[in-house]
Write a protein that binds this ligand. Structure first.
Ligand SMILES: [Zn+2]
Length: 272
């Protein structure tokens, strides 16, 4: 049964591409369909769960801030994520976990998402930003990597199909999951995945009250720094990044302009 569904999906994806724009698109969609087939969505969810548990069990390398000890900070962050999810634009809205966690490390300017929608934001990144739309833009970017399943594809490239085989059989080697967790924090995306995640960040923010190009403000600040922060080494600039984000917001006619700087400053004071 599974095979039949996969075959149907591939055929319709290919047919769609032919109708659209010829050879190159066909090749791309075909390749994507093939990669998607190799890693079923149910396994994104399973891998995400296992990586989440691994991260929770390794406070030395991942000092996750306790939600019980910092309920206000988590409530604030949760509200931001929910706002993006409730736009109806996020794929796997109801299937993925969409949990957000704060990692207490002021010296790291980074954020990452696991397959299946567990999002991790470092306090270093939160404190570096100035406004709510900037953080919403970054969260949108990370949500996109999970929803568009970029992280699953990158991990498949790194570890081959061994992970998938283990997940399917239910016998995952704990050291493999540990490696996956560690590599997610430093996983480097391709420039085309970056461009796509930037674009989707705008798509997610557009229906909200926020300035939909919030991520652009963040990248502008990042690029101005003398030493490139972790975020830029794992999320490389696809080229004209800031302009493309602003152009996308304009193209979609996004009208939101909220930056909520005061609320954002209060949020920073909720953190240790
Ligand atoms: Zn990225």
């Amino acid at each position: 049964m599974k095979k039949v569904i996969i075959a149907l999906l591939t055929t319709s994806a290919v047919g769609f591409a032919v109708g659209l724009s010829g050879c190159e698109a066909l090749k791309q969609v075909g390749e994507e369909a093939q990669q998607l087939n190799l890693f079923p969505v149910s396994q994104d969810i399973e891998l995400g769960k296992q990586v989440h548990d691994q991260i929770a069990s390794d406070p030395e390398r991942f000092p996750v801030l306790s939600a019980e000890a910092y309920p206000e900070a988590y409530a604030y962050l949760r509200k931001l994520v929910d706002k993006l999810l409730s736009t109806g634009q996020v794929a796997y809205r109801d299937q993925f976990a969409w949990e957000v966690h704060i990692i207490e490390d002021d010296s790291t300017l980074n954020a990452f998402a696991t397959p299946g929608g567990y999002i991790y934001v470092y306090t270093g990144l939160i404190k570096f930003l100035n406004s709510e739309d900037e953080l919403a833009g970054v969260l949108g970017h990370e949500i996109a990597h999970a929803a568009l399943r970029h992280s699953t594809r990158q991990l498949t490239k790194l570890y081959g199909l061994e992970i998938l085989r283990q997940l399917v059989t239910g016998h995952t080697d704990p050291t493999l999951i540990e490696q996956v967790a560690l590599s997610l924090a430093v996983l480097k995306f391709s420039r085309s995945h970056e461009a796509q995640a930037d674009e989707y960040s705008v798509i997610y923010l557009c229906p909200t009250e926020y300035n939909a190009a919030g991520a652009a403000g963040f990248f502008k600040k990042m690029e101005g720094r003398a030493s490139p922060p972790e975020f830029l080494s794992t999320h490389p600039n696809p080229g004209n990044r800031v302009q493309h984000i602003q152009a996308k917001a304009q193209e979609l006619g996004c009208r939101g302009s909220s930056t909520n700087e005061q609320a954002y400053t209060r949020f920073k004071y909720m953190l240790p």
